[in-house]
Design a binder for this molecule. Structure first.
Ligand code: GLU
Length: 305
């Protein structure tokens, strides 16, 4: 397996030249596009890795499955379903557009910013600071690193420039979908996006979703299997932004990317994968990361379809 990963590393790392690091959050523009790392957990929890697998980067949208899981744990499936839908487009089959329609939960899903921002309101806690701390605890538990923390520079950079996310949150508020102060909610979201991980920690999180919540080390059920199925299904249909269909064809398993360059890959019952390369394609997905997952999927026959 290590030989396969090293070959993938050699083949894919140069592909970063075809993409560009995110710069709409100024601090992210400092990422080194040459970095490439991959880690995967299989079977009884054997880890394999190659490249810059210990390099740290911010989770960004990869935290969305964790926001969804925490909302499911705290408020239950009905509350989550009532607030945020599960459809990739949220549009009827013959829609031209629905830009003048009132926004409802049916139009959004947990893997886009509006959905994730709305779901922060279903995480329990007296303050949004407390809600974020609970989410960070979940990330620490699932990643296997109790020291996981926030990249303060990225957090402040996003907070200073994240007006589009504020606008989305105000839209949710205008349509009565959220009620708390927008600044508190988006602060929780910005902090969550700024949690720093490496490929090993991502693979750990992914492996738990692959094993439906059961920790291979302790044999403990860390979260209910039905929540893992919920999250994995949404990742399969919506996890790679508007590149999710293409990803399903080329790679074929649930995954979530983030604009920090990471991708979390979940091969149900088989494998958890963390891959990182910060240069992104036009849709915001890591160019080399997607190709690495595609090669791995071909090599090991990982497509679930
Ligand atoms: N923090 C980023 C934002 O909301 C996350 C986006 C992403 O990774 O897709 O703009």
């Amino acid at each position: 397996m290590n030989a396969i990963l090293h070959q993938i590393c050699r083949d894919c790392a140069p592909l970063s030249a075809l993409g560009a690091v995110a710069n709409y959050i100024p601090e992210l523009a400092k990422a080194d596009p040459e970095k490439f790392g991959i880690c995967l957990y299989t079977g009884g929890g054997n880890a394999n890795f190659a490249g810059d697998f210990l390099e740290r980067f911010t989770m960004q949208s990869i935290v969305k499955p964790l926001i969804l899981l925490q909302a499911l744990l705290d408020s239950g499936e009905d509350a989550v379903r009532n607030l945020v839908g599960v459809e990739a487009t949220g549009k009827p089959f013959d829609a031209f557009n629905y830009s003048d329609q009132a926004l409802t939960g049916a139009h959004i899903n947990p893997m886009i910013n509006t959905g994730a921002i709305a779901l922060c309101t279903l995480i329990h806690g007296d303050t949004y600071e407390e809600r974020f701390c609970r989410l960070l605890e979940l990330a620490r538990q699932l990643s296997g690193n109790p020291e996981l923390g926030v990249d303060e520079a990225v957090y402040h950079s996003e907070k200073a420039t994240g007006n589009k996310n504020r606008a989305l949150a105000y839209m949710l508020k205008a349509y009565g979908m959220i009620h708390d102060p927008v600044e508190d909610i988006v602060d929780c979201y910005f902090r969550a996006c700024s949690i720093r991980v490496n490929c090993v920690e991502l693979a750990n999180i992914a492996f738990l979703f692959a094993n439906h919540g059961r920790d291979f080390r302790s044999g403990q059920q860390l979260f209910p299997a039905k929540h893992a199925r919920y999250v994995n299904a949404i990742l399969a249909t919506c996890g790679m932004y508007d590149g999710s269909g293409e990803f399903a064809l080329r790679v074929g398993f649930p995954a979530k990317s983030g604009v920090g360059g990471g991708i979390l890959g979940v091969v149900p019952g088989r494998m958890g994968i963390g891959v990182f390369s910060p240069a992104l394609d036009k849709k915001g997905n890591s160019v080399a990361g997607i190709r690495a997952l595609e090669l791995l999927s071909q090599e090991l026959n990982l497509s679930i379809y």
